[in-house]
Design a protein around this ligand. Structure first.
Ligand code: ZN
Length: 247
């Protein structure tokens, strides 16, 4: 099993020392992740130290893209306004799930406009709290999105015309797995402590060749999700929710 990395909650106001420390690790081991960029930085819980922050955040995002990092839009303002888990209900709150289609479309289009104003383009969506519903997917498609970083499994799959790039059910099992395929480790740099940094450094050092750039994962040909795959995934989501709360 090859492992790609996604970094959630990338905003102008995030904790820069932690982000830069993790970026240093990724650079050292030559791993290029997917970053989930939030168009509007209004979520107070995501604010951190600005030490080392670039002068022009959007130019910095474009530079990362130039270095081979992949980009996703991570919601629009990252504020949870509903108590719905949606189709992949790892959490019981959402920025989108449960809202009417028109409202979701308008909100998402606003996020895309902000990206476009800053010269950022992406076809990949990263749902805050992993939560979205059928209306979110419909709105994303109508705005030109083609893929989501979510779901369980060991290869990308297509579902109602969108490609899903699965995330890891449990990091330790993904690391040990000798199976063919790919998964994603979800990293929130804002909340990492020293022990977490050591753990990731150990992963990268002890498993050379296992960690790959997200672009490699995106180049894998997706399979079509079967009905059974949908049921199995839903079962795993509920199991996972009972084990750990993911944001
Ligand atoms: Zn997030």
């Amino acid at each position: 099993m090859k492992i790609a990395i996604r970094l959630d909650d990338i905003t102008e106001c995030m904790d820069w020392p932690k982000f830069l420390r993790f970026k240093g690790l990724l650079d050292y081991y030559g791993i290029k992740p997917l970053i989930g960029v939030i168009p509007l930085c209004t979520d107070e819980t995501l604010k951190g130290s600005s030490e080392g922050a670039p002068e022009d955040f959007w130019q910095y995002v474009k530079d990362l893209s130039g270095e081979g990092w992949s980009l996703a839009m991570h919601g629009v303002n990252h504020i949870y306004t509903t108590d719905k888990g949606g189709l992949f209900p790892l959490n019981r709150f959402s920025e989108f799930a449960g809202l009417p289609y028109e409202e979701q479309l308008e909100n998402l289009a606003y996020g895309v406009d902000i990206f476009n104003e800053h010269g950022i383009e992406t076809r990949m969506f990263m749902a805050p709290a992993h939560s979205y519903d059928q209306n979110t997917l419909k709105a994303l498609k109508s705005l030109g999105f083609e893929a989501l970083t979510d779901g369980f499994g060991n290869k990308p799959y297509t579902y109602i015309g969108l490609t899903f790039y699965p995330i890891s059910f449990r990091q330790s099992s993904s690391l040990r797995s000798k199976k063919e395929g790919y998964t994603t480790f979800t990293v929130h740099t804002n909340t990492l402590n020293d022990k977490d940094f050591e753990r990731y450094e150990k992963y990268f050092k002890e498993h050379p060749g296992k960690f790959v750039s997200y672009a490699e994962y995106m180049a894998v040909t997706p399979v079509k999700r079967s009905v059974f795959g949908g049921f199995a995934e839903r079962f795993m989501v509920l199991l996972k929710r009972t084990l750990v709360r993911m944001i």
